[in-house]
Design a protein around this ligand. Structure first.
Ligand code: F6P
Length: 419
């Protein structure tokens, strides 16, 4: 008898996470002998705990196909990490209660490193609590910090957005530099890993030279060295663009941008490194500046998505279902790069025990010796990931994105669950 599948989106969303959802649902629909319905969690794992499930079978094939070009989380996402079994057994018992009630035998969790940990814990439910379930993690994170996989769906599109925006804003500053703005600062995401910041370096290349200074979370911030870099660039080029990672920190570990609040994962809420850096430059060097925090614009920008990224996001969702119907558990499909030039990749498999809670930082050889730029090796890694355009359809001058009906699966339990 086929079982139902649970699919949920977790953590910060991306421009292509719905392409993975599309891959999961379309592929599940091709295996009716193994998978009956895909129930999506409303707001991630919280939907499973509170029995708020969405019946994706109520959506037409066209609506599901449109997920491929629709950004952000169609079913709602969450930042909620399951504690260990010893710490909160009630949560696991509740999951089993809901899964049993809805005949769920497959668990697909679409997220980053913290979410991989949740997925790993669910994958052990048959061992720990005797409930048979196959759990497969679908990789996603703009931060690009999951191990084993060559890159993470969501990252290529952010990288493209940041590279393009940095180039375009640099052209603007260059036009004004003689009499007005000399410095443009763009702040990008990436709490601990500087992959997105590195992508800003792609704004400059052999054909289009742009003076760029990058501040990585992997490099301790040194104010004096930074200011002398900026001064040297402005003296040579008349202007300079600075890409600052939100994770840039002082030698004592304090973020330049720490807002003083924490999310449910215990992460510091960041945002505000750009004005800190811009004012520092104004105070020390007197240059007029403009700054921007790319914030949600960068990870929601589906109109500028990388075609490679969209294809990989879809492929990861598809592979997750294929692995599940083959009987796999506790794994994550991964992107394996088989060639750089021409760029080629295939789908591989990573054990969840080696993925959960591991953060992949930028390797040393990707950052120039002065700590403010990217090397050729980094460029070779990044360039294929931003290749190709995959524009959404437009209607009335606007992208035509889908909003699903998100019909609730009738509840079968009479018990509420407090999260
Ligand atoms: O999940 C990754 C990420 O996009 C980080 O780069 C960023 O710091 C964070 O999410 C923002 O999270 P939230 O949307 O929950 O504030």
């Amino acid at each position: 008898m086929p079982k139902n599948a649970f699919y949920a989106q977790s953590g910060g969303v991306t421009a292509v996470i719905n392409a993975s959802a599309c891959g999961v649902i379309e592929t599940a629909r091709k295996h009716p002998d193994k998978i009956a319905n895909v129930y999506a969690g409303r707001n991630g794992i919280i939907g499973a705990l509170t029995e708020e499930l969405i019946d994706t079978s109520q959506e037409s094939d066209e609506a599901i196909a449109a997920l491929r070009h629709t950004p952000s989380g169609a079913f709602g996402s969450c930042r909620y990490k399951l504690k260990g079994l010893e710490k909160n057994r009630a949560e696991y018992e509740r999951l089993i209660e809901v899964f049993k009630a809805h005949d769920i035998g497959y668990f697909f969790y679409n997220g980053g490193g913290d979410s991989a940990d949740t997925c790993h814990k669910v994958s052990q439910l048959s061992e720990t609590l005797g409930f048979p379930i196959q759990a497969i993690h679908v990789p996603k994170t703009v931060d690009n910090d999951l191990p084993i996989t060559d890159n993470c769906p969501g990252f290529g599109s952010v990288a493209k957005y940041i590279a393009v925006s940095s180039r375009e804003a640099s052209f603007d500053v260059r036009s004004m530099a003689k009499t007005s703005t000399k410095v443009f600062v763009i702040e990008v995401m990436g709490r601990h890993a500087g992959w997105i910041a590195a992508a800003g370096g792609l704004a400059s290349d052999a054909e289009t030279e742009i003076p760029i200074v990058i501040l990585f979370p992997e490099v301790e911030f040194n104010q004096e060295r930074f200011l002398s870099q900026v001064k040297a660039k402005v003296e040579e080029y008349e202007y300079c663009t600075i890409v600052v990672s939100e994770g840039t920190h002082w030698p004592d570990g304090r973020f330049l941008a720490e807002a003083g609040t924490r999310d449910a994962f215990g992460h510091a809420q960041l945002g505000g490194a750009a004005p800190v850096v811009a004012n520092m430059i104004k105070d020390a060097l007197g240059y007029k500046f403009h700054w921007a925090v790319a914030d949600y614009l960068q990870r929601a920008a589906r109109h500028l998505a990388s075609k490679t990224d969209v294809e990989q996001a879809y492929a990861m969702g598809k592979a997750a279902v294929e692995f599940a119907v083959e009987g796999e558990n506790a794994i994550m499909p991964a992107v394996i790069r088989t060639s750089n030039d021409p760029y080629k990749w295939e789908v591989g498999k990573a054990p969840l025990s080696e993925v959960a809670n591991v953060e992949k930082m930028m390797p040393k050889e990707f950052i120039t010796e002065d700590g403010f730029g990217i090397t050729d090796a980094c460029r070779q890694y990044l360039v294929p990931l931003i290749q190709g355009e995959d524009y959404p359809p437009y209607r009335n001058g606007m992208p035509d994105y889908v909003t699903l009906k998100n019909v609730a699966v009738p509840k079968k339990l009479n018990t509420a669950f407090e999260i």
